[in-house]
Design a protein around this ligand. Structure first.
Ligand code: NAD
Ligand code: MG
Length: 302
């Protein structure tokens, strides 16, 4: 693994996973950024994830499936036997191509659907295209997200506030609504919230609110869909080493110490959270719904 072998990054004696620990180099990228340009490169489970047929024959749509957490989930789902469609922005084609190749290598159907989910019509087309290409839909992972830090409410523009809510909240609503037309008993929806829903940073005023909305949407919708046999859960990541943080998600000085305050002393790697999504998607977990599941390196926030 690149990150493990990178001599610039020391490893902590007690860190049995051998994952990189801070300090990290400054690395600013323009939004939406590329995982392929990060230093060290995140581990999405490319070389490590081993499936055991837990999602055999399932058909999944994952938003933001090109990089970070969504990419790790796409790799894990495919290796567990699911066919996978991913959505991402056109500027992320380079990252997306790698994910499509990995899904195919796992012997599963891979569908790439680029486009901007801030548009309701596109969200409807996304679900139609995914379901058409996969031959149905029974797993939806609403994972795409926009996080751009802003020090003061006085500098937070209506455009920025709107873009964060459109990407994180409206798109989840539009995509879920369209997906439900394709789903039946046994289907599962997994949303990505954040520890920010519970302990909001002062510089993430708009983002943190959207993550609280996602947690509440999850609990409300689970009550509505329980009688239909459809489960709805959310995952709340703590600090994960993804490009979201490097392209405006955090100031550069925070990138340097990213994950340092977690009891495990480092950020999580996307490969370390994908198993949670697999578990929530799997029908083995058929009684788990309406809950937020946290993975934050030991802080115990949620
Ligand atoms: P990431 O940048 O790798 O993934 C986010 C993805 O969102 C991008 O790849 C992009 O494809 C997609 N996206 C953004 N705007 C879009 C738009 N308008 N249209 C279509 N796609 C769009 O970063 P990540 O950290 O893996 O983020 C995945 C999710 O995890 C996000 O919801 C994020 O809020 C959440 N999260 C991340 C962390 C963390 O520390 N990395 C912590 C808590 C929650
Ligand atoms: Mg990306």
């Amino acid at each position: 693994m690149d990150s493990i072998n990178n001599p610039k990054h020391t490893t902590n004696q007690t860190n049995t996973e051998n994952y990189p620990v801070p300090p990290f180099p400054h690395q600013k990228q323009p939004f939406p950024g590329l995982a392929g340009k990060m230093e060290p490169r995140p581990d999405h489970g490319e070389k490590s994830y081993q499936g055991s047929g837990r999602l055999n024959g399932r058909k999944a749509l994952i938003t933001g499936g090109d990089s970070g957490i969504g990419r790790a989930v796409a790799i894990a789902f495919a290796r567990e036997g699911a066919d996978v469609a991913i959505n991402y922005l056109p500027a992320e084609e380079e990252d997306a191509r790698e994910v499509i190749a990995l899904i195919k290598e796992a012997g599963r159907k891979a569908v790439a659907i680029p486009g901007d989910i801030r548009d309701e019509t596109f969200c409807q087309q996304l679900v139609e295209q995914a379901s058409e290409a996969l031959g149905g839909l029974d797993l939806l992972v609403n994972n795409a997200g926009r996080q751009q830090f802003c020090e003061s409410i006085e500098d937070l523009t209506t455009e920025a506030f709107d873009a964060t809510f459109k990407t994180n909240v409206y798109a989840m609503f539009w995509i879920t609504k369209a997906a439900l037309k394709k789903m039946s008993r046994g289907a599962a929806i997994i949303n990505t919230t954040s520890v920010q829903a519970y302990e909001p940073s002062e510089i993430l005023l708009d983002y943190a609110q959207t993550k609280a909305a996602i947690a509440t949407f999850t609990k409300s919708l689970a009550k509505q869909l329980g009688p239909k046999g459809i489960r709805v859960n959310a995952v709340a990541p703590g600090p994960y080493w993804t490009v979201l943080q490097c392209c405006g998600g955090q100031p550069q000085e925070k990138i340097e110490q990213f994950g340092a305050s977690a009891p495990l002393g480092r950020p999580g790697q996307p490969a370390e959270i994908a198993p949670l999504y697999v578990t929530l998607a799997s029908s083995e977990n058929s009684y788990a719904s309406g809950q937020v599941w946290c993975s934050d390196g030991g802080t115990g926030t949620v």
